[in-house]
Design a binder for this molecule. Structure first.
Ligand code: IMP
Ligand code: MG
Length: 175
């Protein structure tokens, strides 16, 4: 018996590309004339960030922070910690946080609190996916790709124990 879960496509690469394009149009319109810093949360947001910024004709800067709330597997550990900190100052800057998924909201909520203390001019969130059924702490998502069901997702940067990040589509794991 092989109980390895199989990835099944939930959002195809074409649907992802269309969503990223829609988000880029909205973001570009809102940030015209500004020089935003986009802060990606590692590792899951790297692919989304790479695709999004190529469609953003703005003088933007890219930063990453490493936050971890998972001990592995599909269940949250519940506690967030910084595993790689921010390298540049965000004081007085327009900051846009780039997330792969907002699940319980603990990770994004933690980062927003951490960033507000650094006095940015503005602070917004762009998330590729949102799993509202799992929310434990409220998070305002300013730019959203997809609302997703309460299933564990992999692909397009999202992992299960570091696997499946390289899948070009967003998939659900099925036994
Ligand atoms: P949160 O703190 O529960 O909102 O989620 C934090 C992190 O958990 C996300 O940034 C993801 O890296 C990871 N995560 C949550 N749900 C999933 C999922 O369905 N697939 C893969 N990673 C997930
Ligand atoms: Mg992860």
């Amino acid at each position: 018996m092989n109980s390895q879960p199989e990835p099944r496509i939930l959002f195809s690469r074409e649907e992802i590309a269309a969503a990223v394009k829609r988000l880029a149009v909205e973001i570009r319109k809102d940030y015209l004339g500004k020089r935003p810093i986009l802060i990606g949360i590692l590792k899951g947001s790297f692919m989304f960030m790479a695709d999004l910024i190529r469609l953003l004709d703005l003088p933007l800067e890219v930063e990453f922070v490493g936050l971890s709330s998972y001990r592995g597997g599909t269940e949250s550990w519940g506690k967030v910690k910084v595993v790689q900190s921010l390298r540049s100052s965000v004081k007085g800057r327009h900051v846009l946080v780039i997330e792969d998924i907002v699940d319980t909201g603990l990770t994004t909520g933690f980062l927003l609190k951490y960033l507000w203390k650094k006095k940015p001019a503005s602070l917004k969130v762009c998330a590729l996916t949102d799993k509202p059924s799992r929310r434990q702490t409220p998070v305002t998502i300013d730019y959203l790709g997809f609302t997703v069901p309460n299933k564990f997702l992999v692909g397009y940067g999202l992992d299960l124990d570091q696997k499946f990040r390289n899948l070009p589509d967003i998939c659900v794991l099925e036994d």
